[in-house]
Design a protein. Structure first.
Lengths: 257, 313
């Protein structure tokens, strides 16, 4: 069930350029189940910045009662979040949205996980849960540059992991799709999270295959009430899906990218 | 005695707190958080004759202590609201204020007539102040004669009292309010959002796909307070106040300005529990100020008498 809690910061560390790993403790963790779900975080108690920030769950640890989110410092809200110290509280609403469908990957089958930049984090919990179900995980992670790379080792602990950078400063030079092509990576199901052009390229490259994409959009409420984050449904002028409450994960073809 | 109960045309409210239109959908999302029967009323999302998708994204942009939105009146259309949304809301003991919008006078009239007959719709809120649609919306809310004529035509067909939602994007809000009162409106709701814009410094282009959007949130509260203060002294119909309300203290400030009930908008996005929280906090706030009934607060900022506050516009 969705709840609101002032969760306690267990730890926070810089893991790549402007990229932070924040671990929170609280009872709300027990409600977090699906990889790909997100939490809506209020960076300050004051009215400025006003809105919450939607951040994907990267790691859910029911035993420890902790969850981890990874975010990139972009604006005022995330800048304030970087100042949180262990013991500080963070106002969290969640878990929100519908995550990646685990059942789409057959046991003994192979899942290809494709992440771009700050879209990489939710794939970590996905890799963990898929592995537990006996699914082989192959990961392709794309970043802009070497300094932005994070969690390569963490993903490698679940299976083959390839890194690509746009500027070629680390791993394969180019896009995630270049890695998939060059290595002729096969899969039973593909899960991806990242910038829209990357998602669009994957959907076009693998039509009629089970491809699940996690979308990002500017949000207001995060619960489906404000209609800020809607996207079109193919073949209709008025039909829509809300990224926050119908998604953020959609099967490729379900919504217009 | 229920010290929060408020009587307004068409509306017997157990408390004066209601979610504002466009900030609460048709209630389904927030029903997951609490029992909607605790609310004084619900102002449902603007309904037009046909389903509308609204504007392209991005539709929201944050601003200091506020946000811009350009949703564009997305809604499932009159038939679906009548067949699905309003019947679903009947499970709650709460009066519905139906916000109606249109591109033409005929559309407003048709939607008003049909939706006002729904059993749980106790009042209409005439939306002549949406800044985010090309046709209709604010076009009906910036010229007093046009607003008055639309009010009169909607009053003719409506089975329930009609409240008109005022736009702050006008030169003379008092002239507008008076014209609408004379046309027969039963009440006013104010304020809608202020037209604003943000520009992305990386692209040099407006952030919102629509270019402009409506500014809401705590940033607009002083404007709402000032306008309610002016209008409430110039008209004799009640005002449901809105604009940046976040707390029980804010609610009291709106009452002091001249509102008889208060709607909560953007704050629902920040805290889904904000309406029940405010309702729960009001009695203690009244106690602390030695106020028996919340109605005693209406217009206190300008009314003469023992509790008058000396203040000039």
């Amino acid at each position: 069930m969705i709840g609101r809690e002032r969760m306690t910061v267990a730890s926070q560390r810089l893991i790549a350029e402007r990229t932070y790993e924040l671990t929170l403790s609280g009872r709300l963790v027990q409600e977090m189940k699906q990889p790909g779900q997100f939490v809506h975080v209020k960076a300050a108690a004051s009215a400025d910045p006003l809105l919450r920030r939607p951040l994907s769950l990267c790691h859910i640890d029911h035993k420890q009662g902790q969850c981890t989110i990874i975010y990139r410092q972009e604006g005022k809200g995330t800048a304030l979040l970087t100042q949180k110290q262990p013991g500080d509280v963070v106002d969290v609403l969640g878990p929100l949205g519908n995550g990646f469908p685990l059942e789409a990957a057959p046991a003994g089958g192979r899942a290809l996980l494709v992440g771009g930049g700050i879209g990489v984090p939710p794939l970590y919990e996905l890799a963990k849960q898929l592995t537990k179900r006996g699914v082989e995980v192959v990961s392709v992670l794309g970043f802009q540059t070497k300094a932005a790379v994070f969690y390569e080792q963490e993903f490698a602990s679940f299976g083959e992991t390839y890194v690509a950078t746009d500027d070629g400063s680390y791993g394969t030079a180019g896009r995630v799709t270049d890695v998939i092509e060059a290595r002729s990576l096969e899969f039973d199901v593909l899960y991806a999270c990242g910038p829209k052009p990357m998602l669009r390229a994957l959907a076009e490259r693998f039509p009629n295959r089970p491809v699940y994409l996690s979308l990002e959009e500017r949000m207001g409420c995060g619960v489906g009430a404000c209609f800020a984050c809607v996207c079109h449904v193919p073949g209709s002028e008025t039909a829509y899906k809300k990224v926050c409450s119908d998604g953020p994960v959609f099967r490729a073809g379900e919504v217009v990218l | 005695m229920n010290r929060l109960a408020v009587e307004l045309p068409g509306l017997s409210l157990k408390n004066p707190i209601m979610p504002a239109s466009g900030c609460f959908g048709f209630g389904r999302e927030y029903a997951k958080f609490y029992d909607l029967s605790v609310l004084g009323a619900i102002m449902i999302k603007a309904t037009t004759k046909e389903p509308r998708f609204g504007n392209p994204t991005p539709r929201v942009a944050e601003t200091p202590a506020g946000m811009l939105n350009a949703i564009g009146l997305q809604n499932p259309g009159l038939d679906k609201v009548l067949a699905e949304e309003l019947p679903w809301l009947e499970q709650f003991d709460v009066p519905i204020i139906a916000n109606i919008a249109g591109s033409t006078v005929e559309e407003y009239v048709e939607v008003a007539e049909a939706i006002s007959k729904a059993p749980n719709v106790h009042a209409l809120e005439l939306n002549i102040s949406c800044p985010n649609v090309k046709k209709g919306g604010i076009a009906f809310g910036t010229v007093p004669d046009v607003a008055a004529e639309l009010t009169r035509l909607v009053k003719e067909v409506s089975a329930v009292p009609v409240y008109v939602k005022l736009s702050p994007n006008v030169t003379d809000i008092v002239a507008m309010a008076k014209a609408i009162e004379q046309a027969g409106a039963d009440g006013l709701t104010m304020i809608n959002t202020l037209v604003g814009m943000r520009i992305d410094i990386k692209t040099g282009r407006p952030i919102l796909a629509n270019g402009t959007g409506g500014l809401s949130g705590p940033a607009v509260k002083p404007i709402a307070i000032r306008m309610i203060y002016e209008v409430s002294q110039a008209v004799s119909i009640p005002i449901i106040g809105m604009g940046g309300v976040q707390s029980a203290e804010d609610v009291l400030e709106f009452f002091y300005a001249g509102a008889s009930a208060v709607a909560v908008g953007t704050a629902n996005f920040v805290d889904p529990f904000v309406c029940p929280t405010i309702i729960a906090e009001l009695p203690a706030l009244l106690d602390g100020l030695g106020i028996g009934h919340i109605s005693e607060c209406i217009g206190r900022s300008w009314k003469t008498g023992a509790h008058a506050v000396h203040c000039r516009a």
